[in-house]
Design a protein around this ligand. Structure first.
Ligand SMILES: C=C1C[C@]23C[C@@]1(O)CC[C@H]2[C@@]12CCC[C@@](C)(C(=O)O1)[C@H]2[C@@H]3C(=O)O
Ligand SMILES: O=C(O)CCC(=O)C(=O)O
Ligand SMILES: [Fe+2]
Length: 366
């Protein structure tokens, strides 16, 4: 599908009183929407402070059936989350020429502009945002503030504090997932691949701003997608908008926006690591007429050169690896052709019966 826009198109969302043709998404395949907290469709809550065996069994069920949940008891101060939100609003309220100076595209994979997958759709989404590597905050944001200064320092200090907290939380959540897979603390601490993943995983941040929309049912904030990474933490303002797809019957379930609760979304590469056991959840962000919404996706993935394949512990006795070995960049390139076909991406990596018999697929520890 041809792209009709540049990576860093600025659009004055607040200047229009209807959704222009360039942003209309009514022809997309769609499913009914379940409102917040409805019976069996209430998004599960995982409390990290609950260290019981029962809690691990509950995480197992949620990871397999939902692929997404609300994390509480995580210890990240709410007041820090509030400061992160304030800083994002300040950044994205800067004048268009300043944001365009920091545009994605060309030599810059990171920066201001539409997310990479937007280039594969013919319509624009009702959002703007900024993508950057969490390890490079200070150099990245010199593109917005070339001379540094107080605003630059405040922004970088808050983002780095957030990164420190989230990276540490990422390790705790990874350990929780490893426990679900049956790995002992000694095994994780040993020199194997599980420890290597934990020590080397990388973080990318995508700051999203969804302006108020005069006709929300005709637009989409972020179109349906799975994240390619291991897993993603979402920090969202107190305005709902994130929805998860539940299958059978297919429906969108709205994630409540609760102070301090962090949505966690399992991505494609964790689905691969667990040999398909953890569900990589299809999700999207919708917009509304009354309130702008801000979110941060804190995406945790492997280093670019790591070869990812099902973990040995996830390949149950008598079965084989269901996915072939891939690096994250290789997977992202292969996935480009599948964006308008929900759930198709991982088929690229699936090992066929014949290949499986020929034992082409191997576990990650081999
Ligand atoms: C680390 C990344 C994952 C991501 C591409 C990116 O380089 C930065 C943003 C991420 C995001 C967010 C919106 C949807 C998505 C498909 C996209 O185009 O940009 C994801 C990408 C992904 O998960 O592969
Ligand atoms: O805004 C949200 O809640 C979702 C953001 C998201 O899915 C993403 O940036 O990948
Ligand atoms: Fe996402």
């Amino acid at each position: 599908m041809a792209s009709i826009h540049n990576a860093a198109t600025t659009f004055d969302f607040l200047a229009v009183n209807c959704v222009p043709e360039s942003h209309v998404w009514t022809e997309q395949k769609d499913y009914p929407v379940v409102p917040e907290s409805a019976g069996n469709d209430a998004v599960p809550v995982v409390d990290m402070a609950d260290g019981t065996e029962g809690a691990i069994a509950a995480v197992a069920q949620v990871a397999e059936e939902w692929g997404g949940f609300l994390l509480v008891g995580h210890g990240v101060p709410i007041e820090l989350l509030v400061r992160v939100e304030e800083q994002i609003k300040c950044l994205l309220a800067r004048p268009a020429p300043e944001k365009e100076r920091a545009a994605r595209g060309g030599d810059f994979k990171n920066g201001y502009g539409v997310p990479p997958y937007a280039l594969y759709f013919s319509k624009l989404m009702w959002s703007e945002g900024y993508t950057f590597s969490a390890a490079n905050v200070r150099s990245e944001f010199r593109r917005i503030w070339p001379d540094g200064g107080d605003e630059y320092m405040r922004f970088c200090d808050v983002m780095e504090e957030f990164h420190k907290e989230m990276r540490a939380l990422g390790e705790k959540v990874l350990d929780m997932f490893y426990k679900v897979l049956g790995l002992s603390a000694d095994h994780i601490a040993g020199g194997g691949v599980e420890r290597q993943i934990r020590d080397t995983m990388t973080a990318t941040m995508r700051l999203n701003m969804y302006p108020k929309c005069p006709e929300p049912e005709r637009a989409i904030g972020l179109a349906a997608h799975t994240d390619s990474v291991f897993f993603t933490f979402i920090m969202q303002s107190l305005v709902p908008g994130l929805q998860l797809l539940r299958r059978g019957p297919d429906r969108w379930v709205t994630v409540p926006a609760q102070p301090g609760a962090l949505p966690v979304l399992i991505g494609d590469l964790f689905h691969v690591l667990t040999n398909g056991r953890f569900h990589n959840v299809l999700h999207r962000a919708v917009v509304n007429q009354d309130r702008e919404r801000v979110s941060v996706a804190y995406l945790i993935g492997p280093p670019k050169d790591m070869k990812v394949a099902p973990l040995d512990v996830a390949i149950r006795q008598g079965s084989k690896a269901a996915f072939r070995i891939v690096t994250w960049p290789e997977y992202m390139v292969a996935r480009e052709k599948t964006f308008w076909n929900d759930g198709e991406a991982l088929k690229i990596l699936r090992v066929t019966e014949d290949e499986g018999d020929a034992e082409l697929a191997q576990g990650m520890n081999k």
